[in-house]
Design a protein around this ligand. Structure first.
Ligand SMILES: NC(=O)c1ccc[n+]([C@@H]2O[C@H](COP(=O)([O-])OP(=O)(O)OC[C@H]3O[C@@H](n4cnc5c(N)ncnc54)[C@H](O)[C@@H]3O)[C@@H](O)[C@H]2O)c1
Length: 307
């Protein structure tokens, strides 16, 4: 039987996620949005592109959640994106209502689904989705870390002129400017980044990574990044549907790991068919641990506001 992935919010990230997923040919796709005709139009356009690239999946758009019935994965991207000058946290209350509604409607039609959350502020929205859906923590995961790590990888590749495939970066923590790029664990073909790049250049890359989302928002002026976030979701959906046991940085529910409890937070997670199979605990330096705790404070505060 074919897999089915439903994407709630057919805006920039939602429709681009559908695009990346269709290219992977791993599932039939449903796009849902509140704007009439828009998800239908985008779905039809994408369906009409598939003969050109030779992919056989069905793509459907709807304003009605019944179209999502029987989904293996529900991706929630519905909500407002940032405008220049806004932080991700400024979106908290408006997006909480949207994510609550999207979760209630989708869990009704897909009681077995795994949820991938994108809407910001990401860690708080993943927490909210888990509570509203009333599912076990392993069935909800938030996308942030693959994106933040990919940004760092891209900057290192640009600096060194080396293939992105050789560059491995790990960014943990909350999806905000307090995220924690792990420069000790990051490497180029096995050689630690700290041994390749002069300290000043590495610091500049870390800083640009932390502010990577804001850099795009400032350039675009109306909306936030979508190619890279959507590619990251597609990788997560692929790992889940193919039961790959893939370890990626993502926002997972913590129950004591890294000394943190009852929050969603960016950590190395192993993804497979049941969702989050495992949270991997790195041995961190005192400084890395302190940075992580600082980043966790922001996530915990957002969750407390929602409560
Ligand atoms: N976690 C990340 O790494 C990351 C990256 C990029 C964007 N985001 C977040 O993802 C969200 C979406 O960003 P975008 O660029 O796609 O924005 P967008 O404005 O292009 O799309 C959002 C879509 O959600 C729809 N929507 C609003 N309310 C809805 C509802 N109740 N039900 C269904 N659909 C609804 C809108 O009509 C719109 O089409 C934002 O909150 C943004 O901050 C997160």
């Amino acid at each position: 039987m074919k897999n089915k992935v439903s994407i709630i919010g057919a805006g920039m990230t939602g429709s681009t996620t559908a695009h990346w997923l269709a290219e992977r040919e791993i599932a039939d796709l449903v796009l849902v949005d509140v704007v009439e005709g828009m998800p239908q139009g985008k779905a039809l356009d994408l369906q009409e592109a598939l003969p050109v690239i030779g992919k056989d999946v069905k793509v459907m758009g709807s304003n009605d959640y019944s179209a999502t019935a029987g989904s293996d994965i529900v991706v929630i991207t519905a909500g407002l994106p940032r405008k220049p000058g806004m932080s991700r946290d400024d979106l908290l209350f408006a997006n909480a209502e949207i994510v609550r509604h999207a979760t209630e409607e989708t869990i009704k039609y897909s009681p077995e689904a795994i949820f991938i959350i994108l809407t910001n502020p990401l860690d708080a929205m993943a927490y909210l989705a888990m509570k509203v859906a009333g599912v076990a923590p392993h069935r909800v995961v938030g996308q942030a870390g693959i994106l933040d790590s990919a940004r760092m990888r891209a900057f290192v590749a640009m600096e060194l002129g080396i293939s992105v495939e050789n560059i491995h970066c790990y960014v943990l923590g909350g999806h905000g400017d307090e995220m924690v790029p792990l420069t000790r664990a990051s490497n180029v073909a096995g050689v630690p980044l700290e041994d390749i790049l002069p300290a000043g250049r590495l610091d500049a890359i870390v800083d640009r990574t932390r502010k990577g989302g804001g850099e795009i928002v400032t350039l675009l002026k109306t909306g936030s990044a979508y190619y890279a976030p959507a590619a990251a979701i597609a990788q997560m959906a692929d790992a889940i549907l193919k039961d790959k046991h893939l370890i990626v940085p993502a926002s997972a529910y913590l129950q004591g790991e890294y000394g943190l409890n009852d929050i969603f937070f960016g950590v190395p997670t192993q993804l497979g068919r049941k969702g989050v199979e495992k949270v991997i605990e790195y041995k961190l330096s005192e400084k890395e641990m302190a940075d992580l705790q600082k980043s966790a404070q922001g996530c915990a505060e957002n969750i407390a506001k929602l409560k």
